[in-house]
Write a protein that binds this ligand. Structure first.
Ligand SMILES: *Cc1c(COP(=O)(O)O)cnc(C)c1O
Length: 373
């Protein structure tokens, strides 16, 4: 198949491998696994994930609606968001099996109107910082995410029968379980036997299970907590499910010199992967060769001067029409993409385990026109 670039290609074998690993950990530890669909909410990805997980973790009404469409009656939907809106609450409670309040204010306002079938939890902020960059750190000072652990300790919320669980989410792209173990220690130190009154604990996401070779510390922790506290344990993983399952293939559409350096313009831009610009990251490029002697600045095709991916080395001089492949772009790319400058979204393909490519979605002028009419 001749692919149309820019192409966002989802690797089904890798996705299934990641999900199989999580299903294995689920089986060994007895934890429940949710896919945090905000990372990549493609219906096809949700369909593939469905048999491997207990449900989906969502952060809005739209995500909850899509989750429900895919899961039908056969899965759990856990909502965690600072953006709970009164007008949406009734519909959310019909869609979600679990709702985690982000603050005591929301808990006090909304818990009386949540249906009895919906399990209510509180997002607790354990105030343990594991991330140097405050832009990702839910436990930063003056955080807006979760009830401060000291405030929760002073309140009598956990005594009430209404709260069935505690939720926390404190890391991003973690590759070992030290933060988790320390967080659990702190929670047990604060709340002790009060935790036994709960039905569940949700450890959030942020762990890259697919790239952690030894998951035994996690399995041991879950088994221990299930035994000692008699609670169900949930994890809700986004990037650890889809991060390494997609690549983006772009074409070189122009090439020229600027102040003595070679610039290659691609038919993609930072608007297909906004975190490159937001966090000034250099994305991983498959064709980059550290020993290559042809240095090229790869740039996007929008009018923004800073729409640049970075300077990379290539074995051969780049030419018009050459393909450039961005690896590991499954999470937080497409879902944040926009059509700035009227540039289209990437075409989305699924690569089957036998290598065959299937077109999942191509966007047209109509989609663009619809958005702005
Ligand atoms: C973003 C988020 C997740 C998923 O995080 P990943 O880093 O993609 O695994 C899970 N829970 C909450 C509350 C989140 O905000």
């Amino acid at each position: 198949m001749n692919i149309k670039t820019p192409a966002f290609i989802i690797d089904e074998a890798q996705l299934v491998a990641n999900l199989t690993k999580l299903a294995d950990i689920r089986k060994q530890s007895g934890c429940k696994v949710l896919y945090a669909m905000k990372a990549l909410p493609c219906s096809r990805v949700l369909e593939i994930a469905k048999p491997f997980v207990d449900g989906f973790a969502v952060s809005s009404l739209f995500e909850a609606q899509l989750a429900q469409e895919i899961l039908g009656e056969s899965g759990e939907i856990h909502l965690t968001t600072p953006a709970l809106i009164a007008e949406e609450l009734y519909e959310l409670t019909t869609l979600c099996s679990h709702i985690n309040f982000n603050s005591l204010t929301h808990y006090e306002h909304y818990s009386p109107i949540v249906r009895t079938q919906t399990s209510m939890g509180l997002r607790v902020n354990p105030k343990l910082s594991f991330l140097k960059d405050d832009r990702f750190n839910p436990c930063r000072r003056y955080s807006k995410l979760g009830v401060d652990i000291d405030t929760l300790w002073k309140s009598n919320c956990l005594e009430s029968q209404q709260i069935s669980g505690l939720h926390f989410h404190t890391v991003f792209s973690a590759t070992d379980f030290t933060p988790l173990i320390q967080t659990i220690e702190k929670l047990r130190h604060y709340f002790g036997t009060r935790l036994e009154k709960l039905h569940w604990l949700n450890f959030g996401g942020g762990y890259l299970f697919h790239s952690i070779s030894d998951c035994q510390p996690f399995i041991d922790l879950v088994i221990q907590l299930r035994r000692e506290l008699n609670v169900a344990i949930y994890i809700e993983i986004g990037k650890g499910v889809v991060g390494n399952t997609a690549k983006m293939v772009a074409s070189v559409i122009d090439i020229f010199e600027s102040d003595g350096k070679t610039i290659a313009i691609l038919d993609t831009s930072i608007n297909h992967n906004p975190e490159v610009f937001e966090y000034q990251r250099s994305p991983e490029i498959l064709e980059h060769d550290v020993k290559g002697t042809n240095s090229v600045i790869l740039a996007g095709g929008t009018c923004l001067a800073g729409d640049v991916f970075g300077e990379y080395q290539f074995k051969h001089p780049l030419q018009l029409g050459d393909k450039i492949t961005f690896n590991n772009v499954g999470a937080y790319t497409l879902v944040k993409a926009n059509r700035f400058n009227g540039h289209n979204f990437p075409t989305i393909y699924l690569q089957h385990e036998n290598g065959e490519l299937k077109l999942l979605k191509s966007h047209t002028y109509n989609d663009y026109q619809q958005q702005w009419q």
